[in-house]
Design a binder for this molecule. Structure first.
Ligand code: AMP
Ligand code: GLY
Length: 432
């Protein structure tokens, strides 16, 4: 092997969704030409990285693999391994891990902890209380609608906006009596009104460096109707959020958290994702996630012109991002999610997917989420609720949006669900 080939870093990406596919792609564009591994990955990621058949919650197995493979960097996609301490285990073994320690990941793992930290750091957030039985929960409610949040991880299903007492009672019983997500308390929180914004920052324990803003569409149907999902589409940037506004928002929602976590001896490394509501009284934080958002990442990373490998590596070192300015493409990115029949309640699987090559041929980026390769004939079939993402870039929101829809319409499978109004808001505002 030539010395240049020898010097290629080896990177393991942990996860199996569209977010991880987008991370693999961004790393693949790095000048360092990293050798890419992904655990467990999916049939789309398999085209771009060597897959390791290790589940995301197998902390020992993932750390062993990273060690045996001599990985220079492990990028942890989902929250479950972060909350379970994968970054700690890798750090203990001397392997650079992109993602927070278990102690810092509590910002996502516990809503109560997140609220306490927001209050201590002076971050604006809705008024709340914490309860552990149904009667106290009902007594804590002063007006409807009210927001009820299960305190632990619940795969995006732990937040209920109750319109009346009957709905509140049902949600509290589901969380605290039926224990749908296991034992845990409930945060009772005032309901905020406004537009939502996802603002992600790369953090090196000392500093938060804001990435491009994005907007996510949480509901399954057009016009924000129907049940919440993991996200049905996204776009970036966001009209009205220019560089100055971004800096102002990040100083309000990211840096105080990074400062406080550092003071407490649990420095935050990785992505700090602030879910923000732009209320009439200003920006308020709804929640923190401790990882890249999905599907926001599929819209944000294709716009990143800075070197993803250098950035993610730097963020693992205390203060490693000092002097870093992120460079993003001036254009727009629109990401559409193609979901399976029955999603989000009971997604149907095993349907054959057609048109993947045709969609990619037009220059759109197709990332895989819930797909599998059928053993009998190698066909790509649906294997989860959110099946595929299609991202297109363009000089305007309208161009990116049209290209994303043109590509998405080339892909088909039984019962395909695709919202028709993703990024329409951005197009309308840009032309207003
Ligand atoms: P979370 O799991 O905390 O992200 O909450 C999921 C979604 O619930 C958010 O993206 C919001 O749409 C909504 N939400 C959470 N907290 C509030 C709140 N205080 N007021 C209104 N909506 C909320
Ligand atoms: N798109 C929402 C999330 O990643 O939690």
């Amino acid at each position: 092997m030539s010395p240049a080939a020898d010097a290629r870093p080896r990177v393991l990406v942990v996860g199996a969704g569209g977010r991880e596919h987008a991370i693999v792609r961004a790393l693949g564009r790095s000048a360092a030409r990293p050798e890419l591994l992904c655990a467990p990955g999916n049939p789309g990621i398999e085209q771009e990285a060597r897959l390791l058949a290790i589940a995301v919650d197998d902390i020992g197995g993932l750390a062993d693999a990273a060690e045996q493979e001599g990985c220079d960097l492990v990028v942890i996609g989902p929250e479950v391994p972060l909350v379970a301490g994968l970054a700690d285990e890798l750090t203990r073994r001397g392997i650079a891990a992109f993602g927070p320690s278990a102690a810092a990941a509590r910002l996502e793992g516990s809503k109560e902890f997140a609220k306490e930290v927001m209050q201590a750091a002076g971050v604006p957030t809705a008024r709340w209380s914490v309860v552990d039985d149904v009667a106290s929960g009902m007594a804590a409610i002063e007006r409807y609608p009210i927001v009820l949040k299960f305190d632990g991880l619940a795969a995006g299903k732990g937040v209920v906006i109750a319109a009346d007492a009957a709905q509140a009672q049902a949600a509290l019983e589901d969380f605290l009596v039926a224990r749908r997500f296991g034992a845990g308390r409930v945060v009772v929180e005032d309901c905020l009104v406004g537009e939502e914004l996802s603002l992600l920052a790369l953090c090196d324990g000392v500093r938060a460096v804001a990435m491009a803003p994005a907007q996510d569409y949480k509901r399954i149907f057009d016009g924000d109707e129907g049940p919440n999902t993991g996200g049905m589409g996204s776009y970036s940037p966001v009209p009205g959020i220019d560089a100055d506004k971004m800096a102002e928002l990040s100083a309000l929602v990211h840096q105080p958290i990074v400062d406080l976590m550092r003071e407490r001896g649990t420095p935050f490394h990785g992505v700090l994702y602030a879910g923000i509501m732009l209320t009439a009284e200003g920006p308020w934080v709804l929640e923190y996630n401790v990882r890249f958002g999905d599907p926001e990442t599929q819209a944000v990373l294709p716009r990143l012109r800075s070197d993803a490998y250098e950035l993610l590596s730097a963020a693992t070192r205390p203060g490693g991002l000092a002097g870093t300015e992120l460079d993003f493409d001036d254009g727009w990115a629109v990401t559409l999610v193609l979901a399976g029949a029955g999603y989000p309640a009971a997604p149907q699987t095993g349907d054959v997917i057609s048109g993947l090559d045709e969609a990619a041929r037009d220059g759109a980026e197709v990332t895989h989420a819930g797909t599998a390769r059928r053993e009998s004939d190698g066909a790509i079939v649906t294997a989860g609720g959110r099946v595929l993402n299609v991202t297109a870039l363009g000089p305007t929101a309208a161009v990116a949006r049209d290209a994303a829809y043109a590509a998405a319409h080339r892909i088909d499978f039984a019962g395909r669900q695709l919202r028709g109004d993703i990024a329409l808001r951005a197009v309308e505002r840009a032309s207003a």
